[in-house]
Design a protein around this ligand. Structure first.
Ligand SMILES: C[S@@+](CC[C@H](N)C(=O)[O-])C[C@H]1O[C@@H](n2cnc3c(N)ncnc32)[C@H](O)[C@@H]1O
Length: 357
């Protein structure tokens, strides 16, 4: 349980240490704390007693900056907290989280991750996770943007902390070590982990640059950072390969199912994709804010992404492509091996990086 490693957490707003406080203690400390306490017997509070955080019903802390409850105990601390918080407003962050949760729920993500049956999703994720798993160094693992936690099967026997923005995804499995947090503002002390992995997640965040520097901050000097993100030139890289056809049939099938099961989401996505095509943006609309029309999904140019990693002082040890999108028709395994070359057709680009001592 998180109480055992509470020392590695920090307040996402003020970057101070957090400690547990009971409802009664809190009420005793100040009769008029100026806020209506939400449900729960225990909370996390920062050192200057300016922010309070809830613990989710499943027993993991909710350490999102926008979910911090400002207390009136120390007004000075509150003003410094808001001045040190992010450039993105809390309202926008809240909206992003709500949109993302809505899409996951509508898509029934925990039962059909990435739109596939669980066994297919597990197979596909292993295609992305294996290059990362092979490059882990001994020690703890922070899995940022862990989703429903497929990577956990590669980290048996290690301290593995799962961090995700989505409470819905995080609630899916019974892993003991979880925290709700966002990669732009990671509620973890500097250099707490030997390995930090972020697989198939950074394309969905609001601010990849900040997220990368936050993730790098959590790696111990001499530790490892492993990341996989959508590549910019997919699916155009499939041209001339057997995968172009199988993927095409797969996407038609998927679109048909979406139109049948969720017509309004289908129309929204179709309209948005058309709009993007017109503006020639290299972005894929999966999660977006309907009001501001802001897209949260993006594909990365591999060199530009590498530069972002190097800019925060990471040393690139290896890079490559990985991850097959499962073909629409069932293709025998030996054919998969024969015709599939992850380096050519993989949907993700991955990087293995070291944080110098
Ligand atoms: C496609 S899933 C990938 C999950 C897992 N890493 C895997 O490879 O199976 C992307 C996950 O990133 C999470 N995510 C998106 N933006 C995030 C952010 N800013 N901070 C933390 N998690 C985020 C989503 O909630 C989602 O669970």
């Amino acid at each position: 349980m998180f109480q055992d490693f509470i020392d590695i957490f920090m307040c996402p707003n003020t970057k101070e240490k957090l400690s547990l406080i009971s409802r009664n203690e809190l009420l005793e400390a100040s009769k008029d704390i100026g806020v209506k306490l939400p449900e729960g017997d225990q909370f996390l509070i920062n050192e200057s007693k300016s922010f309070l955080y809830q613990i989710a019903p499943f027993g993991f802390p909710i350490l999102l900056p926008e979910e911090g409850i400002p207390l009136k105990i120390d007004p000075k601390a509150i003003s410094s907290a808001s001045s040190s918080s992010q450039k993105i407003s809390f309202a926008t962050l809240k909206k992003h989280k709500d949109n993302l949760e809505t899409v996951y729920r509508k898509d029934d993500y925990v039962n059909k991750p990435t739109g596939r049956k669980p066994w297919r999703a597990a197979y596909e994720s292993s295609e992305v996770h294996t290059p990362a798993a092979e490059n882990l160094i001994p020690g703890s693992v922070l899995d940022a943007g862990c989703g429903i936690g497929f990577f956990r099967r590669f980290t048996r026997g290690r301290f593995h902390l799962m961090l995700d923005l989505s409470q819905y995804n995080l609630s899916y499995n019974f892993a003991p070590n979880k925290v709700i947090g966002r990669t732009e503002c990671i509620p973890i002390q500097d250099g707490s982990f030997e390995n930090v992995v972020s697989l198939r997640s950074l394309q969905h965040c609001q601010d990849p640059k900040t997220s990368i520097s936050e993730l790098a901050r959590c790696v111990k000097p001499g530790g490892r950072f492993l990341v996989a993100v959508w590549r910019e030139d997919w699916p155009s890289c499939l041209k001339g390969s057997p995968w172009a056809f199988t993927n095409f049939t797969y996407f038609i099938k998927k679109a048909f199912l979406l139109a049948k099961n969720n017509p309004s989401l289908f129309v929204d996505r179709a309209l948005f994709k058309l709009k993007l095509k017109k503006t020639k943006k290299l972005e894929v609309a999966v999660f977006w804010d309907k009001d501001t029309q802001k897209v949260w999904d993006r594909r990365f140019n591999r060199d530009a992404f590498q530069k972002m990693l190097e800019d925060v002082g990471l040393k690139i040890l290896k890079r490559g492509y990985c991850g097959i999108e499962t073909p629409g028709s069932k293709v025998p395994k030996f054919l998969l091996k024969r015709f599939f070359d992850a380096e050519k057709y993989g949907l993700y680009c991955y990087f293995v990086c070291d944080k110098p001592l």
